[in-house]
Design a protein around this ligand. Sequence first.
Ligand code: NAG
Ligand code: NAG
Ligand code: NAG
Ligand code: NAG
Ligand code: NAG
Length: 511
Amino acid sequence: MYISSLSLSLTALALVSPCTAYPQNRFSQPVLRTETDAQSRADTIKAAFTHAWDGYYQYAFPHDELHPVSNGYGDSRNGWGASAVDALSTAIIMHNATIVNQILDHIAEVDYSKTDSTVSLFETTIRYLAGMLSGYDLLKGPASDLVTNSSKVDVLLTQSKNLADVLKFAFDTPSGVPYNNLNITSGGNDGATTNGLAVTGTLALEWTRLSDLTGDPTYANLSQKAESYLLNPQPKSAEPFPGLVGSNINIATGQFADAQVSWNGGDDSYYEYLIKMYVYDPKRFGLYKDRWVAAAQSTIQHLASHPSTRPDLTFLASYNNGKLGLSSQHLTCFDGGSFLLGGTVLDRDDFINFGLDLVNGCHDTYNSTLTGIGPETFSWDSSSVPSSQQALYESAGFYITSGAYILRPEVIESFYYAWRVTGQETYREWIWNAFSAINNYCRTGSGFAGLTNVNAANGGNRYDNQESFLFAEVMKYSYLAFSEDADWQTQKGSGNKFVFNTEAHPMRVST
Ligand SMILES: *[C@@H]1O[C@H](CO)[C@@H](O)[C@H](O)[C@H]1NC(C)=O
Ligand SMILES: *[C@@H]1O[C@H](CO)[C@@H](O)[C@H](O)[C@H]1NC(C)=O
Ligand SMILES: *[C@@H]1O[C@H](CO)[C@@H](O)[C@H](O)[C@H]1NC(C)=O
Ligand SMILES: *[C@@H]1O[C@H](CO)[C@@H](O)[C@H](O)[C@H]1NC(C)=O
Ligand SMILES: *[C@@H]1O[C@H](CO)[C@@H](O)[C@H](O)[C@H]1NC(C)=O
């Protein structure tokens, strides 16, 4: 889940002393958990979710997000109640009818045609549109016992269509590659000449689902037309290795504007959605799968990178014009999960094993810091190790280039896939350790705050912001590892009934 800019402009607030109710058990050995152990962990995660919901509801609702230190609020996502919509699918999975009804009542009142601020097509699609479509799929399907008044559920689809109808002018360009930054009042845009790989290539799941549910092909067509330029990249030089493509696309022509390759923020969920579209419908999205397989094989061959001090670890480098970039991001750590999903769906042990290598590398960025939480960005370029971090580089194989943690989910997300695909307790032990560290260091009186430095005592200072993906992703993937098997859980093999969008909203696969 890519967010275009890290909110580091937020003032770091004075140190808030973290709650110390949770013991630091991050070095404990995995043990076979009984069902009772799993249930008590699921209950603890559910209690953390309701803690955050109650604080948001008291101090910030119906604004977009809570400021968890000052108990204020922000409207960074156009003021339509982003945290509420993003929390819906998690509240459903946790079976909390009170919260689900509060959110449904809110969504019924939102006017998606009105906002004072610029609308991101990508962020609005992955948080709002997907949050509503997922709520609809769950409440019409495996969670239908939660809301008995079906017209309250139907509002989710009506509002999804209303929102997409507001946004669809974005695709009205010479090529069909959309603008991302929109003025929905004037029908204008920010005048950009290119659009990014991830923001262009992370729309097809949501917009296709909307078409499949409404029977109106317009939405699927728009998103798939835009994607067609990514699947058949021009010029040829924009694909330096099979399947791995450049980072920016010309909005007028659909041609790539560069050949910079990575799985980092800005590029990430393009690769994620190639295999997820195949999970959504193998009949329609065979080409997407072929492109993912090509990208995955090229990634193993050309981007896999091992720190000189820790050759046992695997990270993904970036590539541009013959040069490898030896740095990576918390965002990039969705990569292990993508290889594990593709590997299990396609029955490819080479992909599963490589996915586990990536998961292991990302785990190393967590369990090597003082908080047990991994940094926003890190490097293993041995030519520029800061002397203050030489010891960290020697022992852990990376050094920190930004030590912030803004409640991102990707490492826990990939642990979740590792747990579901292998069934090995180690991986959900890692989830528990990561969740416990977040609960320990990030928790405030009203919710959860980001940290300025994961490798400082107590995590440094706090960012006074609680991104909506805390509800959608961190809480959900943590909870799913300890809760019952269900239709919405990722399955080993090819029998998935749901597929998670990049914001962790489960969408029912095409039938
Ligand atoms: C549901 O959420 C509400 C509000 O946060 C909380 O008070 C209640 O205990 C939760 N119910 C269940 C069954 O978890
Ligand atoms: C959008 O366009 C309207 C009408 O031209 C203008 O008043 C408004 O300030 C613009 N909004 C943004 C966020 O730029
Ligand atoms: C069901 O929900 C609809 C839409 O919110 C509402 O108008 C209607 O009164 C509700 N019906 C019942 C029986 O509560
Ligand atoms: C959608 O795309 C199909 C195939 O390209 C085309 O036949 C159809 O007319 C399009 N429908 C709409 C509503 O755009
Ligand atoms: C981190 O976890 C790995 C894998 O479980 C373990 O081998 C290693 O010792 C841990 N590192 C630290 C610093 O605890």
